[in-house]
Design a protein around this ligand. Structure first.
Ligand SMILES: [Zn+2]
Length: 533
């Protein structure tokens, strides 16, 4: 059987130790057929097959974003984008412009604001928002996803006033008189969000069609999703229609654990397009809202240890149930206390796996944002995967220094994790950050922002990774995490033909210039989904 597609004259970076570099690759239908030199690969081409000259472009296994909220990302492409608004005034200008472009009368939605990036660091108010959106309810999610900003129309619709109590794991921000300011933290966000009409799965699937095209244009061929049931339904709708063009690992929120166990769902069920990952639990909150659970108080806030979203005992109980049913765990932990608790849970879980002769499931921690020095080796010791987001490090530099002080030394500690022997997995946490992998690759190699901040050395530069380590974290590590390493994660004959094509040789590109690199093409399942030449 001949090749259907042959790519020649490139820099093929296979991430396959048996054959690390080549100039050409031959593909038969959905699979890598052979990897080698131009002449040998061209000979494999059958009649009607396509030959593509890469013109020196750089090819890696398809990049996978291992932490995405895909439904939220897809919907976010249809909401006001406040990411990187430098001031409250700029945020309000963008909202006003969005309101003009979207005159429809329903909820105005937005995301990505962060008062931490504004000069006065003061939270905005409902009144600020009323000035630009007086006519309809507005709800704007904080960059962290752990706070929200609503206008007066939204508060009125949700019947929230000075008499509304805080929910158990959330807080309504109030002024000196006890009146709600328009800012909601954690579970209090739902007091407003519950009133926003939910898109149907078919509407979500529509949004995902656009979103996956965007993913191809930035070089992604797969993702691990952390949204809920409607997201899973929408993904299945796309898959049924033969339109799903990304390899998706679907994680399950813990509030659906009983249902998942009830139908006997196990991690790894599904196919190469859509498969079940682990059960997602939140151990704590986030850094920006100072709700990440810490062992010692936040700098300058002697009473603030953050918020424990799920107590250790409850986490263990859920993890035990999941584990016994063959479901791996994937636990959100930001603060050192949260990470410590999760590691304790995994320690007991590993013991039970051994005692009951169960397979060692591929458990992960999401973010691993700051670790206590005593816990630095525990992920490796327990064979727990460190699912991290390089772009968070450079976004969070100032917050981490300010709120964690000297503890920031062990935050976003990719190098420490790798050197300890842990598997490091990379993603973006989109829509919290942009889904584009290149800014993440740049952050991983430089520990600097696009504008060079905080200087030539980078932030805790000893934590920088090499290009090879970074690409591994975006490819092979994702395949290993999901138990897909036999089919994905390297350019190896027999594996699926998922490729990311960059416009220049990354190994010859100075790290500082990585943000100038473009994605030249994306191949999924042996088909060009995106191509610039
Ligand atoms: Zn997330």
């Amino acid at each position: 059987m001949p090749a259907s597609l042959v790519l020649t004259n490139g820099h093929i970076y296979t991430l396959d130790l048996a054959n690390p570099r080549a100039t050409a690759v031959a593909i038969r239908d959905d699979q890598i057929m052979a990897v080698g030199d131009d002449d040998a690969m061209k000979e494999l081409l059958g009649p009607g097959g396509e030959w593509v000259d890469l013109g020196g472009r750089f090819v890696t296994p398809g990049l996978v974003d291992a932490h995405v909220h895909f439904q939220h990302f897809a919907i976010s492409l249809q909401t006001a984008d406040l990411d990187r608004a430098a001031t409250r005034a700029e945020a309000l200008e963008r909202i006003a412009a969005f309101a003009v472009r979207h005159p429809e009368t329903g909820w105005l939605r937005g995301r990505g604001w962060s008062q931490d990036a504004w000069p006065d660091r003061a939270f905005p108010t409902a009144a600020d928002l009323d000035a630009v959106v007086p006519d309809r309810p507005a709800y704007l999610a904080h960059k962290s996803g752990h706070a929200a900003w609503a206008n007066s129309a939204a508060l009125k619709l949700a019947r929230i006033d000075a008499t509304t109590p805080d929910p158990p794991s959330g807080q309504i921000q109030r002024d000196a008189d006890g009146n709600p300011t328009g800012i909601f933290f954690e579970d209090a966000m739902e007091l407003v969000a519950a009133y926003i009409p939910k898109p149907t799965p078919a509407e979500v699937a529509d949004a995902m069609r656009q979103a996956q095209a965007y993913c191809w244009s930035v070089g992604l061929t797969g993702l691990h999703d952390f949204d809920g049931r409607d997201c899973f339904t929408a993904l299945q709708l796309l898959r049924e229609a033969g339109e799903l063009g990304l390899r998706v690992v679907k994680n399950i929120p813990v509030y659906r654990l009983e249902h998942a166990l009830g139908v006997g769902l196990r991690s790894g069920f599904g196919d190469d397009w859509l498969r079940i990952g682990g059960v997602k639990i939140f151990a704590d909150g986030a850094l920006g809202s100072r709700t990440a659970a810490m062992i010692a108080p936040y700098e300058g806030e002697p009473d603030n240890l953050g918020i424990v979203v799920t107590e250790k005992e409850e986490m263990l109980e859920k993890a035990r149930q999941a584990n016994a049913g063959g479901l791996s765990m994937t636990i959100h932990a930001i603060g050192d206390r949260a990470n410590h608790d999760v590691l304790d849970v995994y320690e007991l879980l590993r013991r039970e796996e051994r005692a009951n002769n169960r397979p060692r499931l591929r458990h992960r921690i999401e973010h691993v944002q700051v670790l206590h020095p005593h816990d630095l080796n525990r992920l490796a010791d327990l064979n727990v995967i460190a699912s991290m987001q390089p772009i968070h490090a450079t976004s969070d530099i100032d917050m981490a220094d300010r709120y964690w002080g000297v503890r920031a030394r062990y935050s976003y500690a990719w190098r420490t994790m790798l050197d300890s022997g842990a598997l490091v997995l990379f993603g973006s946490d989109a829509p919290v950050e942009r889904i584009d992998p290149l800014p993440g690759i740049h952050a991983s190699l430089t520990r600097r922002r696009a504008n060079g901040y905080p200087g030539p050395e980078g932030w805790f530069p000893e934590q920088r990774l090499s290009l090879a380590e970074t690409l591994y974290a975006f490819t092979t590590a994702a395949a290993v995490t999901a138990g897909q390493e036999r089919h994905q994660g390297s350019i190896t004959p027999g594996k699926l033909a998922d490729l990311t094509i960059f416009d220049r040789d990354l190994t010859a590109t100075p790290a500082d210039e990585l943000l100038d690199v473009g994605i030249a093409g994306t191949v999924v399942d042996g088909v060009f989904r995106y191509r610039t030449w």
